[in-house]
Design a protein. Structure first.
Length: 194
């Protein structure tokens, strides 16, 4: 890959941001791309924000993505998707998101408004972001939403230089037996649908 591509992955604890980040990083390396990355877990075990920065390419000198410079933000929770886009996405960048709502504490306490799909789509239009709402089919394990969004992105060519084969190989490094086969099934179905 020539140049650089910055990504931010955001969600809450238990949604599989760590696996998604590690899979993307390994897939990029398998594609011959240099990767820098860092994860922030905060109070993830209590439903807090989980944030991962990935910088693909030879130009990066730090693993942290600067404000308003990411080419892609992946949001696995709708409120966190809005936060990630607002803080990190550059003009013309892509926000890929699912509409899962786990209502952060500030929303439950009435200190922030709840976010819905229309609100998020309008926000993207006003800020000149591309928006990809990923429909998540009925899954036996909701933690596999990460594979649905990854399959859609890679299948659409939205991660420069990274193919479905790179992602499959990366998952093979990370997951054992039945868990690997289940995740690969979801990933491949999502890639084929987009």
């Amino acid at each position: 890959m020539t140049g650089q591509f910055d990504m931010v992955l955001i969600g809450v604890g238990g949604q599989g941001i760590g696996l998604l980040s590690e899979t993307l990083a390994r897939a990029a390396v398998k594609a011959g791309t240099r990767v820098l990355g860092v994860d922030t877990h905060g109070l993830a075990q209590r439903g807090g924000t989980v944030l991962s920065h990935l910088r693909l390419g030879n130009m990066a000198r730090s693993p942290l993505v600067r404000a308003n410079s990411a080419g892609c933000v992946i949001g696995l929770e709708i409120h966190e998707a809005l936060r990630g886009a607002r803080d990190y996405l550059r003009r013309g960048g892509l926000l890929a998101w699912v509409s899962t709502s786990l209502q952060p504490l500030a929303v439950r306490l009435g200190k922030e408004a709840a976010v819905d799909g229309e609100t998020l789509a309008n926000f993207c239009a006003v800020r000149s972001f591309r928006s990809l709402r990923v429909a998540v089919p009925e899954l036996e394990d909701s933690r596999m939403e990460n594979m649905v969004i990854l399959g859609r992105l890679v299948g659409a060519g939205e991660v420069p230089g990274v193919s479905l084969q790179h992602v499959e190989s990366a998952l093979g490094d990370l997951l054992p037996g039945k868990l690997l086969e289940e995740n690969l099934g979801v990933l491949r179905a999502a890639a084929a649908s987009g």
